[in-house]
Design a binder for this molecule. Structure first.
Ligand SMILES: Cc1cc2nc3c(=O)[nH]c(=O)nc-3n(C[C@H](O)[C@H](O)[C@H](O)COP(=O)(O)OP(=O)(O)OC[C@H]3O[C@@H](n4cnc5c(N)ncnc54)[C@H](O)[C@@H]3O)c2cc1C
Length: 405
């Protein structure tokens, strides 16, 4: 196992925070990450989308269904297993983390919690097996942080729904076989409807001009009179934002855990570089300011990792008893906290690690350069950190203090 990840797993085990099953998940995650690494870097250099290749490897290890119950062809892993997987994959890069997060966290979490048995058979089982892919379609060109203002519509017609609108920045939009689309209707409110891919779902653009995350697929989709049969409504009419929240709660944990992996990889790189690079007749690691930067990376890793461990604990407790509102509050607050802390920490870790590489670090040829660019998006997607910070404050201040609304 990769050394820092192994140390973390060993330490969690010694403190009784994880069991033998978690260790086995961690071993699988490590093997998948090893196998993913070369292809991922190669694709990054060529700026090639790599999602299918990433998913082939993850599928081989059963990891596309890590958080899906066994009766639906998943591995039945809990929130702690999920966070270990994302931590290890974060070392490879946020490109893998972003695509997997949409598959295993956003869409599978929604289906696991809210789909009926027929929907689970048709959509969740093939997703968990890695036979089909789904996208999470919330954001629009005119709406992001405030999903209550989304404009995509559905009309009831011919025993189903006709959907019209555009969805922006949709991860895995090119490869998805089906889409969870959040859309509104005057009478029925914002609802979540599964739309199968056909000629009425058009990829208007591949967002190629992104700053980074080159191996991850980001698209602009147009739903042009797309039809979904009435049995594709998820939950009840008007439940859309509640369902989106279920996905985002799991998704934010995955992203935060991925950021722990980013910080680990930055620490590895910072330490090796500081021992190898000689300037002024000695290893740069012997200069005090260089040691300060290594220490900063280590500190960021520490706070990111601690926050994710706590978030995973509360998320697991809530998953075990989803009717308990106090557990929901604890999971929500701690996952939000971890998302903000870990994404900021990984950004700072990458920034400090790059400095130790000097000019050569300012390049996608280095892992720290790739992490620096890629991890920036994590402070924006799945809830902008600015909005989430306000949410954290209002959790503490109480009702009437929701400044973000
Ligand atoms: C690489 C990538 C992948 C993505 N994948 C998906 C996906 O698969 N599915 C999907 O639906 N979306 C996806 N998104 C979209 C993402 O979730 C949105 O970009 C995000 O929610 C922010 O929305 P916005 O970009 O419209 O920013 P806006 O909502 O316009 O906000 C701009 C900025 O204003 C500030 N702001 C806004 N409102 C407030 C407030 N109330 N208080 C304080 N500050 C505020 C924040 O700093 C925010 O960052 C992806 C985005 C990226 C970059």
């Amino acid at each position: 196992m990769e050394k820092l990840f192994q140390d973390h797993v060993t330490e969690l085990k010694a403190r009784g925070m994880i069991n033998g099953d978690h260790v086995r998940f961690a071993e699988l995650a490590d093997r998948a990450a090893e196998e993913l690494y070369v292809g991922e870097i190669d694709a990054y250099m060529k700026r090639e989308l790599n999602v299918k290749a990433q998913f082939d490897v993850l599928k081989k290890y059963g990891l596309l269904g890590i958080h899906v119950p066994k009766q639906y062809s998943g591995m039945g892993g809990d929130a702690i297993a999920l966070s270990l997987l994302f931590e290890r994959l974060g070392q490879v890069g946020m490109g893998v983390v972003t695509g997997l997060d949409v598959q295993t966290c956003l869409t599978e979490a929604i289906l696991t919690r809210w789909a009926n048995e027929d929907q689970k058979k048709k959509y969740l089982v093939p997703e968990a097996k890695g036979e089909r892919f789904m996208s999470f379609c919330l954001t629009e060109p005119g709406e992001g942080s405030d999903p209550s203002s989304l404009q995509t519509t559905f009309e009831e017609k011919d025993g189903g729904f006709v959907i019209n609108g555009e969805k922006y920045l949709i991860t895995n939009g090119s490869i998805a076989n089906a889409f969870i689309v959040f859309c509104r209707n005057k009478e029925k409110g914002i609802s979540a409807i599964i739309v199968d891919k056909d000629e009425h779902v058009e990829k208007e653009a591949e967002i190629e001009e992104k700053l980074g995350l080159f191996t991850s697929d980001t698209t602009l989709l147009k739903f042009d009179n797309a039809f979904a049969p009435k049995e594709n409504l998820l939950g009840n009419f008007g439940d859309g934002l509640k369902l989106a929240y279920t996905g985002l709660l799991t998704g934010r944990l995955g992203i935060a855990a991925g950021c722990v992996g980013v910080a680990e990889d930055c620490l590895n790189a910072a330490v090796s570089r500081s021992k190898e690079r000689i300037q002024f007749g000695k290893e740069i690691g012997k200069h005090q300011l260089v040691q300060h930067r290594i220490s900063v990376v280590e500190q960021q890793l520490g706070i990111a990792s601690g926050s994710v461990e706590r978030a995973a604990y509360w998320k697991k407790r809530y998953d075990d008893d989803p009717q308990d509102l106090e557990l929901r509050k604890a999971a929500d607050h701690n996952v939000t906290l971890a998302k903000v802390i870990a994404t900021n920490a990984a950004g700072l870790a990458a920034d400090n690690a790059i400095q130790l590489f000097g000019g050569s670090g300012y390049s996608i040829l280095t892992a720290v350069g790739r992490h620096y660019i890629d991890v920036r998006a994590s402070r924006i997607y799945e809830g902008s950190n600015d909005v989430l910070e306000l949410k954290l404050a209002s959790d503490l201040l109480g009702k009437g203090f929701e400044a973000y609304k």
